[in-house]
Design a protein around this ligand. Sequence first.
Ligand code: ATP
Ligand code: MG
Length: 351
Amino acid sequence: MHHDTVISSHGLTRRFTVKKQVVEAVTDLSIDVRRGELVAFLGPNGAGKSTSLRMLTTLIPPTSGTATVAGHDILTDPAGVRSRIGYVGQGSSGSFAQRVRDELLSQGAFYGLGRRERTERTDELIASLDLTDVASRSVQQLSGGQKRRLDVALGLVHAPEVLFLDEPSTGLDPQSRANLWEHVLTLRAQHGTTVFLTTHYLEEADRYAERVMVMDSGRVIADDTAAALKADLAGDAITLVLDDETQLPVARSVVERVAAVSAEQPEPRTLAFAAPSGSALLPTLLRELDHHDVRVATATAVPPTLDDVFLALTGRTLREADAPGGTGEDAPAGTAGPATTDTRALEGSTR
Ligand SMILES: Nc1ncnc2c1ncn2[C@@H]1O[C@H](COP(=O)(O)OP(=O)(O)OP(=O)(O)O)[C@@H](O)[C@H]1O
Ligand SMILES: [Mg+2]
């Protein structure tokens, strides 16, 4: 284990038994996350993302395997882990009669911050997560998105070393999502906080995470930077439209030789293929085509998305995989259901 490792798990596995049926939610999760990394966990509903986070945050015990988080063992020293992490759960119910500002202050007190420190943190978080207008409202009066922003603020009060966020941006409007990300990135820049989050917004993971883990059916099936995953697994989608349909056979042989992939013909004058660094091939390809007197009307290159990566890995797209109602007890992504942190209301062990 590298000395900078803050999350390290070995063979973490979690099974649930529901009506005598055994579901293996997470199988053999073995990961290492270094200090200050921002890791995004992607995967369809029921992939095991929340269960992984709940094991790492000591909310539920693993069926087997173990992990160390912020220097403490989740099995032998769960209290040590909890004192150093922040956790914002995906959503459970809970509405408090307490006012937003007081809620943050009590969370600060719960984590042992002095009066001055917790007041400062509270006011800072209220401002940066855009809660000023609702600071004196009671929590149960907030909209779904406002509640979500409060959840995130609650997870940040004690400036944790490692922050776990389960779908922090789900249900937020674009402006709030942007504010939330700004806050997370600032936090990381100022305190070197390690951030481990799940999201169904692929563009967010692509843009902000320096490392992406893709989970499917309980297993991590890819773990790399978004750029590397896209380059290795998906490649740019290139489309060439020719002036003259009769030149297609020549064009195809040139394309297949230069790109070393087979091309499709979605329309009579069109050739399409996907290739790693396909856009870098374009100039050579166009020169070769010109050399063979093939006239190209248009050439387009579309870079891959993380959805293309998932498609390449599983044969399904994440959007399709997520379409039918999700599994588990969690609210489906996309709804701004009631949500709260589990930082205080830790669930009982359910081994
Ligand atoms: N408490 C539980 N009891 C029984 N089964 C559970 C429990 N929690 C999770 N599961 C099952 O474990 C699997 C993984 O669920 P998990 O909540 O970890 O998925 P997820 O990747 O977070 O999905 P989502 O994107 O919908 O939040 C699912 O099949 C789910 O039904
Ligand atoms: Mg989940």
